[in-house]
Design a binder for this molecule. Structure first.
Ligand code: FE2
Ligand code: FE2
Length: 294
């Protein structure tokens, strides 16, 4: 049996961001205003404290690997990425698998900079196609976990959409076909559906979801693990999607703060949600669920 912790959307920031003059011509000033003046920062003001408790929890509960599905930061500044990698344990020898979220690729320049990949390098280890960063695969027990990048740098403040892209999708097709036998699980930032089963709005959703679903289904994917939405929800399947989907929700947003613990035994996952209790400064068991991977 392997025990995994799935956490997402921790949105860490830093007191000294390192904003440069050139950032003023991007969407960063609007993001900054949203963070500092319009409440976003307030919603995540206990994020550091919650992650301190979470790291103790990971050790105490015997977690074998962390699954992180993106939005480590608020704006994708290197100062924030470094703090987030440290608070999540990626720089402390904790084994994990990580993918970026739209906030980690704050701008097109930030997406192309490789800052996320540098800070989370220990969690990007795995089998890949040539030297392309994404997708990559890690084996846990008999199961392949595949880190797929669905985030992209966006120009406009209102644009929080994602895309896997044709070239990465082609590599995903090849990786799914080439990997040795065993169930395949996708780890990525974007959901395929909202909690009500409807597709996400174009400005907030995965633009090429239909093409990705097709490749994943043909490649034997059994489960889609994601974040981006800050509340927890899951589906055993939906019409046209022959695999389960689990949204971890936000690990640190006040009131929603939780992560998921997965006990992986053969081809069965026994999941439970662990919710942070601010009064006790500790996590506690909540909903349980199970997913079959065969
Ligand atoms: Fe998020
Ligand atoms: Fe997101």
């Amino acid at each position: 049996m392997a025990r995994l912790a799935h956490i997402s959307d921790v949105h860490i920031t830093a007191s000294r961001l390192g904003m440069r003059l050139r950032d003023w011509w991007t969407k960063r000033p609007a993001s900054w205003l949203n963070l500092r003046l319009f409440g976003r920062g307030r919603a995540f003001r206990y994020a550091d404290q919650v992650l301190e408790v979470w790291r103790e929890e990971i050790v105490a509960r015997g977690i074998d690997r962390v699954i992180f599905s993106g939005d480590a930061t608020s704006m994708g500044f290197p100062s924030e990425l470094q703090r987030a990698a440290d608070l999540l344990g990626a720089t402390r020898g904790l084994p994990g698998i990580a993918v970026p979220g739209n906030h980690d690729y704050g701008t097109r320049k930030a997406a192309a900079s490789g800052d996320f990949e540098r800070c989370f390098e220990p969690w990007l280890d795995g089998q890949r196609i040539e030297d392309h960063t994404y997708p990559f695969a890690q084996k846990i027990g008999d199961v392949w976990f595949i880190g797929l990048n669905s985030a992209k740098g966006n120009v406009w403040y209102w644009d929080a959409s994602g895309r896997v892209g044709e070239t990465q999708l082609e590599r995903l097709r090849k990786l799914l076909a080439d990997l040795p036998a065993g169930p395949r699980i996708i780890v990525t930032h974007y959901p395929l559906f909202l909690a009500d089963g409807k597709p996400e709005h174009r400005a907030h959703g995965l633009r090429d979801a239909a093409a990705v679903i097709k490749v994943a289904a043909e490649g034997g994917v059994k489960l889609w693990l994601h974040g981006h939405r800050h509340g927890f929800y899951w589906f055993e399947n939906l019409p046209g999607v022959p695999f389960a989907m689990i949204c971890a929700g936000s690990g640190t947003q006040s009131g929603l703060w939780s992560y998921l613990e997965y006990d992986l035994e053969g081809t069965k996952i026994q999941g439970r949600r662990r919710i942070y209790d601010a009064d006790k400064n500790a996590f506690q068991d909540a909903d349980g669920f199970s997913v079959r991977l065969d």
